[in-house]
Design a protein around this ligand. Structure first.
Ligand code: GLU
Length: 323
């Protein structure tokens, strides 16, 4: 089980003693840090799972880690600043970063796609006693619109714009992180939480098992106009029966989760990373129920805005998946 923690270089370092760790006798080891999201979301599992695949390939000499972060926007900013090598980001956020739209002042030309992952519906979960049955009912309520580094905050702002709303429509607009919101809902500090996230996930599970809460359908003109206008938004359904007290399908709209990097990230490292994932794909898909239906064909085409990173493209070409 612990095998992935010990690369060949680390193992020899351990035998020779800690003092030799930095000496040139060891094979060169590359470190890679993948930005994820809150620990009760799915991005965290994406990052951990990619690292698990990469760290088990001893001769790749890559030590991969995937810390919890503020989410999509924080990940893209971290990649831009060089703090992160890769990150998970919503397809709408990646699009805006690459094109310099919204909160991203300037184009991030060097943003590169690695592959896409699961779909992420914009998910609103409300306390049953708050009487929120539809989008318009959020007005006058205490709503957690998300921390500024999160993807849900970015998408919520787009939806609010389409509705002609600002935060004054709520009685309270809180900025809790994804990991904080389930307990805030259960403690009656907020009426509704907002999360752009794959299903099922730990956060909605935690909330629905600690308080009576219902998923809120997001439909109507504003949603239709967003889906019509932007290729990265589509109408989606959260299947019924995934969470306690929520037996019915719920219609909303959503995006894709994508893994992105910078053009400058070492091509061999990116190549080894995608190779580790796709060569252990059955094992990878089992690491989260949201990954169950992934296929390589879709992952290298759907939801990707930025060009493929050259290291990823090299592996996909070798496989004959792209020309
Ligand atoms: N979509 C969320 C974000 O961009 C994260 C969802 C998750 O952690 O699974 O911040």
């Amino acid at each position: 089980m612990k095998r992935h923690l010990l690369s060949a270089a680390m193992a020899s370092g351990a035998i020779l003693g800690a003092a030799t760790l930095a000496t040139p006798v060891q094979a060169q080891q590359n470190f890679i840090t993948i930005g994820t999201g809150g620990q009760t979301g799915v991005y965290y599992v994406v990052g951990q799972s990619v690292c698990r695949m990469v760290n088990r390939v001893e001769d790749a000499n890559i030590k991969c880690n995937a810390p919890s972060t503020g989410g999509s926007v924080a990940n893209i900013n971290g990649i831009k600043s060089g703090e992160l090598d890769m990150g998970v980001a919503q397809s709408d956020v990646a699009y805006r970063a690459y094109n310099g739209e919204g909160t991203f002042g300037e184009k991030f030309d060097d943003l590169r796609s690695v592959f896409s992952m699961h779909g992420e519906p914009l998910t609103v979960l409300a306390r049953a006693d708050a009487n929120i049955e539809e989008l318009d009912d959020l007005q006058g309520k205490r709503v957690n619109i998300g921390n500024p580094g999160s993807g849900q905050r970015a998408t919520m702002e787009v939806l609010m714009d389409a509705k002609g709303w600002d935060t004054s429509v709520y009685s309270l607009a809180s900025e809790l992180t994804a990991a904080e919101q389930a307990s805030a809902l259960a403690d009656n500090n907020i009426d509704a939480m907002v999360y752009v996230v794959g299903h099922p996930n730990g956060s909605i599970q935690e909330a629905t098992t600690t308080v009576d809460a219902n998923l809120v359908p997001l439909e109507g003109e504003a949603v239709d106009s967003l889906v019509e206008e932007y290729p990265y938004y589509s109408t989606v359904t959260i299947p019924g029966g995934l969470y306690k007290g929520n037996p019915d399908d719920v219609n909303t709209f959503g995006v894709m989760a994508t893994v992105v990097t910078d053009a400058d990230t070492d091509a061999e490292t990116v190549y080894q990373t995608v190779k580790a994932v796709f060569e252990n794909f059955d094992r990878f898909k089992k690491l989260h129920p949201a990954f169950a239906n992934l296929t390589p064909e879709e992952m290298i085409s759907n939801g990707l805005t930025a060009p493929l990173h050259e290291g990823a493209a090299r592996y996909y070409k070798e496989q004959g998946w792209i020309d």
